[in-house]
Design a protein around this ligand. Structure first.
Ligand code: ADP
Ligand code: TRP
Length: 313
């Protein structure tokens, strides 16, 4: 077996990726995944908590895998697979659900946020953290790169694993979240966190026109030295040292600054977009098939151990 630690991350196929996702999740993953034995899982059963249209779920799953490939993830160096291809994930989820209590799951932010918005929660949404715990624990993953919003889910994973280990003996490794500090929150065109639910995004694989129109809609504030919302996005695409002079020279010329930003975004995204356009359904299918086989083998061994321990051999 490989000496390297295992890394696992899950990607929800719940919609088109934006540059907030890219700088918050995709790029940090790219910088670290080759140092580990890495697993990248399209968590389509998690997305089922929000997406009920089969065509949409299928399309989103293809898109998210294609996005990672286009961004530069090498399928030879990571196990890329689909959650629903490895039935052990839902099987283990049930067993973990039997270890934790209803009041514990009721404290999950994801659940509390949705119910606070008046959404009637499905039992799936309620149990979401235990399906996520299964994703991670089946592979003995020790490192889990996620956004800040997922910190609690990793705590929940450790809690469930710890309870199982205490009761049945050492079985699961306790994973640790890896939250990239330097990226922080990418602001959207209205200055709030960029998020598909706020409709303030700059699409990662949009056409030049779509990107231009999103950039032109960035809200500017004329009171400061420079348009901070434009600058905050710009510095993701060009070093700050180069931008300082540009913003000084173009003080109060918001249109020119936004045009410069559009050009700089294009320079970075064009090659990725071209790669994205060349990825076929056959290619994604083949990557998922290969990855699914590797994942299944590992997961089924772990499940055999779990079944043995609980008395369901
Ligand atoms: P959205 O808020 O658009 O629904 P998701 O919740 O699907 O995005 O995001 C998936 C991951 O992408 C998050 O866990 C987070 O790590 C990252 N992410 C999303 N939006 C941003 C942002 N504005 N800045 C930095 N990272 C982000
Ligand atoms: N809940 C995560 C999100 O919304 C997605 C996810 C599912 C995940 N399973 C995971 C992330 C396992 C890391 C590890 O972003």
């Amino acid at each position: 077996m490989s000496e390297r630690k295992r890394l696992f991350t899950g990607l929800q196929p719940s919609g088109a990726l934006h540059i907030g996702n890219y700088f918050g999740t995709v790029k940090p993953f790219l910088l670290m995944y080759e140092s580990y034995e890495s697993f990248l899982c399209a968590v389509d059963y998690h997305a089922l908590t929000t997406i009920k249209d089969p065509k949409e779920l299928e399309k989103n799953t293809f898109n998210i895998v294609a996005a990672y490939l286009a961004s530069g993830v090498d399928p030879e160096k990571a196990v890329i697979f689909k959650q629903s291809d490895v039935s052990e994930h839902t099987e283990l989820a049930w067993i973990l659900e039997c270890q934790v209590t209803v009041p514990f799951l009721m404290q999950a932010h994801s659940y509390k946020d949705k119910t606070a918005q008046g959404i009637e929660p499905s039992a799936g949404l309620f149990n979401y953290p235990m399906l996520m715990a299964s994703d991670i624990l089946l592979y003995d993953a020790e490192v889990v790169p996620v956004g800040e919003d997922q910190r609690q889910h990793i705590e929940y994973t450790r809690e469930a694993a710890g309870k199982f280990n205490n009761l049945y003996g050492e079985t699961f490794k306790l994973p640790k979240e890896h939250i990239s500090k330097d990226v922080g929150v990418v602001p959207g065109t209205d200055g709030r966190k960029m998020s598909k639910s706020y409709k303030n995004t700059i699409p990662l694989f949009g056409s030049k026109d779509e990107i231009a129109s999103a950039v032109m809609s960035i809200v500017t504030d004329s009171t400061g030295e420079r348009p901070e919302n434009v600058f905050a996005i710009h510095k993701l695409f060009k070093p700050e040292s180069e931008l300082t002079a540009l913003y000084k020279e173009n003080k109060n010329k918001y249109k020119e600054l936004k045009e410069a930003l559009i050009e700089d975004i294009e320079t970075v995204l064009t090659p990725m977009r071209e790669r994205r356009d060349s990825i076929t359904e056959t290619e994604v299918k083949s990557v998922l098939e290969t990855g699914g086989k590797v994942a299944k083998e590992i997961a089924s061994k772990k499940m055999a151990e779990v079944r043995e321990k609980i008395g369901a051999n």
